[in-house]
Design a protein around this ligand. Structure first.
Ligand code: AMP
Ligand code: MN
Ligand code: MN
Length: 324
């Protein structure tokens, strides 16, 4: 596998770079793209930061976010295409996937389980809590300075992918990097207020509706909730307000697997899977064409809601050692 020195050398050789993350961008994806993009610009590279989907309102405070282009890949000539926080071509979105066949230098930096996107350079560290940790290491290795704007982006990347330092992907190295980011000026408490205490009321109304759908398997080890397009319409909540709902399912005593079924198109459901201790939900998600990490994964299924729920909850119960 490629190492970070090879990637640093490839970046130094490049002149014009397109950096993107995954569909439905999260804090790690956006923070990592912006931190790397702004740093490469400071090295006089021509940089475009982009992704297919809109940016959730809670991330609008990220420095440089106004430069992030959403929608189809922006026109332009790039010699290098850097893909962050994305392990499968499908999660790039159709238009960005097409770029994979172009004759560019492709650099994939990620922390998900799986083979990664096989480009010219592929660096995957599943032990990294966030891609933000890897970007932090890369910038240090390249001896690039970390201004407060970059520190805010990297702090956000790491704090979001660790569930505010609660998940077991957190290591001493996570806290060491965070300590340095605080020293570089990232206002930790302020960032956490912006991320968690600035929700619109509709987000809580959606939570109320979603809690009405809370269902437990008879064995008590699998728990799930549902968000339909109709619920989003009736509450005025947006897709981004479903973030974190799945944690309520996992938070119940005895529950090993929490699931959220979210209708993203009529008859198409995004399933978020979260594990407490014993189940590798990445393996579960892979069974349905998705992926992720051992404790947090996702997949997309088509069909009637009941069918989709039966299929996934059945496998989840089996994975906990129960009988479906
Ligand atoms: P989510 O439930 O969307 O928060 O995703 C949890 C984790 O699983 C994240 O690390 C995602 O990158 C990953 N993931 C979500 N959906 C998919 C998918 N369809 N294919 C592969 N990985 C996914
Ligand atoms: Mn992500
Ligand atoms: Mn990530």
């Amino acid at each position: 596998m490629t190492n970070l020195y090879d990637i640093a050398a490839a970046i130094r050789r490049s002149e014009s770079i397109l950096i993107c993350g995954h569909i439905m961008p999260d804090g790690d994806c956006l923070g990592s793209v912006l931190a790397l993009g702004l740093s490469l610009e400071a090295m006089s590279k021509k940089v475009v930061m982009a992704g297919p989907d809109p940016i959730p309102a809670i991330y609008e405070f990220l420095p440089g976010v106004e430069r992030f282009k959403t929608g189809a890949p922006p026109d332009g000539v790039y010699d290098t295409f850097i893909i962050l926080d994305c392990s499968v071509p499908e999660r790039l979105g159709r238009d960005y996937q097409d770029l994979l066949t172009s004759k560019k230098v492709i650099i994939n930096i990620d922390h998900h389980a799986g083979p990664g996107i096989l480009g010219t350079y592929c660096y995957i560290d599943t032990a990294a809590a966030a891609v933000g940790e890897i970007i932090f290491d890369l910038l240090k290795l390249m001896q690039v300075s970390i201004p407060v704007e970059t520190a805010i982006n990297l702090y956000t990347a790491i704090v979001t992918d660790t569930g505010s330092f609660q998940y077991d992907n957190v290591t001493p190295g996570t806290h060491r990097r965070i300590a340095e980011l605080l020293e570089f000026g990232a206002p930790g408490a302020q960032i956490n207020i912006l991320l968690h205490e600035e929700k619109p009321k509709a987000a809580l109304v959606l939570l109320r509706e979603a809690l009405h759908t809370l269902t437990m398997s008879p064995c008590g080890k699998v728990c799930w909730m549902t968000v339909t397009l109709e619920m989003l319409k009736n509450t005025g909540a947006l897709d981004e307000h479903t973030e974190g709902l799945v944690n309520y399912c996992r938070s119940i005593r005895g529950v090993e697997v929490g699931l959220l079924f979210r209708e993203i198109l009529e008859g198409t459901y995004k399933v978020s899977l979260r594990s407490k201790n014993i189940v590798d939900v990445n393996m579960l998600a892979v069974q349905f064409g998705g992926g992720g990490h051992a404790k947090a994964a996702g997949c997309i299924l088509q069909g009637a809601l009941r069918e989709v729920q039966d299929k996934v909850t059945r496998e989840a119960v089996l994975a906990t050692g129960g009988t479906a």
